[in-house]
Write a protein that binds this ligand. Structure first.
Ligand SMILES: Nc1ncnc2c1ncn2[C@@H]1O[C@H](COP(=O)(O)OP(=O)(O)O)[C@@H](O)[C@H]1O
Ligand SMILES: CC(=O)N[C@@H](CCC(=O)OP(=O)(O)O)C(=O)O
Length: 265
């Protein structure tokens, strides 16, 4: 049966994505798998902010987004990063089309909470529009922005956007590519992890920062029936391999399966 895979490329790994990522996107796409790419770009946004003399502030992994920051978010995500990814895919002969969640109201959004400013959560995914893009044989490359009824644009965490898209499309797989080998606990990468342990790791400060929205999005996807969810390192060639990274699973399984040792920082 035709497979549908949602790949989320984290800003942390964008500049260092292994060439195998593009080759494997091509292979998957050529063999008939529907591929949807969602990307972030946290470091690119922060760099633009710093150039403007603005200090990035995060609350539980989400960027506080005022009016001026929102403009920079749009420039970085929908402009710079989106086109950078699309051009690399096109060089690899993948029919990639760069869009943002604003286009065709792909991601309808609402404000999360006033203190975060223009940070949104997805309320609806335009599945028809995505289906049409996919039925053309194209690979959508989606910047994590959303829009509400009034035309207000929102900054959406890209892990959340990827999970919402995967859930709405009923994807077979959600792969979150980042710059770490998976979820690290005590200097080791977990092979598998289940919801109660994830909550515990968040409470005890083992999972922090940008890893929080990542695991929360993974949990949502798990609860909504996505059967394969992995957090992998996009710097390495084997990110696509079965068993790479940390798999988020439903049953309480042993979490101390070690897939690699993390070098001391
Ligand atoms: N327990 C953990 N295991 C692995 N990474 C973690 C953990 N807790 C926090 N992190 C941090 O989360 C980062 C990944 O989140 P983020 O920087 O937002 O990545 P991305 O841009 O790929 O979404 C890692 O680089 C790491 O610094
Ligand atoms: C609300 C919020 O925090 N949005 C993110 C959007 C980009 C993103 O998610 O990028 P990564 O994949 O690199 O984390 C931000 O402003 O950084």
């Amino acid at each position: 049966m035709e497979q549908l895979v949602v790949l989320k490329v984290g800003g942390s790994v964008l500049e260092r994505l292994h060439p195998a990522f593009f080759a494997q996107c091509f292979e998957a796409w050529r063999s008939g798998t529907k591929v949807v790419i969602v990307h972030g770009g946290g470091p690119a946004i922060s760099e633009l902010m710093e150039k403007q003399g603005k200090k990035p502030t995060f609350v539980k992994g989400r960027r506080v987004t005022d009016d001026e920051t929102l403009s920079l978010v749009q420039m970085a995500l929908a402009g710079q990063v989106n086109k950078q990814l699309v051009t690399r895919l096109i060089k690899q002969h993948v029919a990639a089309i760069g869009i943002s969640g604003v286009d065709l109201e792909l991601l309808k959004a609402e404000q999360v909470e006033p203190e975060l400013g223009y940070v949104g959560r997805v309320t609806d995914v335009n599945v028809d529009a995505l289906d049409q893009v996919l039925s053309q044989g194209w690979v959508p490359v989606i910047a994590s922005l959303g829009v509400d009824e009034s035309g207000q644009v929102y900054n959406i965490n890209a892990d959340e956007a990827a999970a919402d898209i995967a859930i709405a499309l009923g994807a077979d797989q959600l792969v979150l590519l980042s710059d770490v080998d998976g979820i690290c606990v005590d200097g080791r990468v977990l092979e598998k992890v289940s919801p109660p342990s994830i909550e515990r790791y968040i409470q005890t400060g083992v999972i922090t920062g940008g890893m929080i929205p990542k695991v929360r999005s993974a949990l949502q996807s798990l609860y909504k029936g996505i059967s394969v969810i992995r957090i992998v390192n996009g710097v390495h060639a084997d990110a696509f391999k079965q068993g790479a990274g940390t798999c988020i699973v439903n049953e309480e399984v042993i979490e101390h399966g070690v897939v690699s040792n993390v070098p001391p920082s």
